[in-house]
Design a protein around this ligand. Structure first.
Ligand SMILES: O=C(O)CCC(=O)C(=O)O
Length: 314
């Protein structure tokens, strides 16, 4: 599948997809085993979850001891650029399909400017899971690339939100703790929702559009990398959510931010349109530094297969 197909059919089409053979050339595909990473990082202290840090080698020991009956810890708060920059060369060059697009633009306000993609490491052992079924804040699209081991990934459409039992204080988080082995007595509305399930294998990336509920559970020791994407397809929701967040404390700051984001959107929309019409000229002028790639630069790779997320048979 070509990048512009991916943008048109999935990013703008609001459909999740798993893309295979996405990062076979990354050194991480050979070097990121639990044992090798534990040797390399030793007892360096790393964040695991909110307010929880531990020495990396001890964390890996607990991951390896994890079981379905007694799940170990699941790492979901370690951003490579912040805490493990030594691992960055292992995931370079970034694969095209996880390009952060507008987040990479120097026109973005600094708080949301992430030319690096804000790569986050996710590691867990058998039976451990991302702590909560959720959709990402700020109306972000999410991309999770599997590097090692197998991970069960499930998604539900935003159309099923009335059946997701959102938490009162965090409406993007669900109270449903196990979306696969569903507790229908506690969460009867789940019966009306459509669960899409897939098993991510090394070298596969799942694209999760904005506001799609998702949950993940390691089926074996699992290592993956997560990033987020912002472009014109999810801009309005991003704008509305971040402005509403600021308005809670300062209506003046919120209207200033709203105006700033509107200007940024105007510029980016014009630049993106120009880039689509005159890609050669855009590339020759300033765009490589200013914009997301339009076609991700790569020739079509026949080994890339596209899998729709499978609907479970049970
Ligand atoms: O563990 C996973 O793969 C899910 C990651 C995720 O949804 C997130 O970091 O927001």
């Amino acid at each position: 599948m070509q990048y512009d197909d991916f943008l048109a059919r999935f990013v703008h089409g609001d459909r999740p997809v798993v893309i295979t053979n996405i990062c076979q050339a990354w050194p991480a595909m050979r070097e990121w085993t639990p044992e090798k990473l534990a040797r390399r990082l030793g007892s360096k202290s790393v964040p695991i979850g909110y307010g929880r840090e531990m020495p990396f080698d001890r964390f890996i020991a607990e991951v390896l001891a994890s079981s379905a009956e007694q799940p170990g810890p699941y790492m979901y708060r370690s951003f490579l650029h912040d805490v493990l920059p030594e691992l960055l060369p292992d995931v370079m060059p970034p694969h095209d399909f996880a390009f952060p697009r507008r987040y990479a633009s120097p026109l973005m306000p600094e708080k949301w400017r992430r030319p690096d993609g804000y790569l986050k490491l996710l590691i867990g052992g058998v039976g451990s899971k991302f702590p909560v079924m959720h959709f990402d804040a700020d109306n972000q699209h999410a991309q999770i690339t599997q590097v090692y081991g197998d991970k069960e990934f499930v998604v539900f459409s935003p159309a099923d939100s009335p059946c997701m039992y959102p938490r009162a204080a965090f409406p993007n988080q669900s109270m449903v703790d196990d979306p696969v082995q569903q507790d229908r007595a506690r969460f009867p509305l789940l019966a009306q929702a459509t669960l899409y399930r897939t098993v991510l294998k090394p070298g596969e990336m799942v694209f999760v559009p904005a506001r799609w509920w998702h949950a993940a559970r390691a089926l074996s020791t699992s290592i993956s990398l997560c990033t987020n994407m912002l472009d014109e397809s999810n801009w309005q929701g991003f704008h509305d959510e971040v402005v509403a967040g600021v308005a809670k404390t300062s209506p003046e700051d919120a209207s200033r931010l709203g105006r700033q984001l509107q200007r940024v959107d105007g510029w980016l929309t014009r630049l993106e349109r120009f880039q689509r019409r005159r890609p050669g000229l855009a590339r020759a002028l300033l765009f490589p530094a200013m914009l997301a790639p339009l076609t991700a630069g790569s020739a079509p790779d026949p080994s890339r297969r596209q899998l729709r997320i499978r609907v479970p048979s049970a």
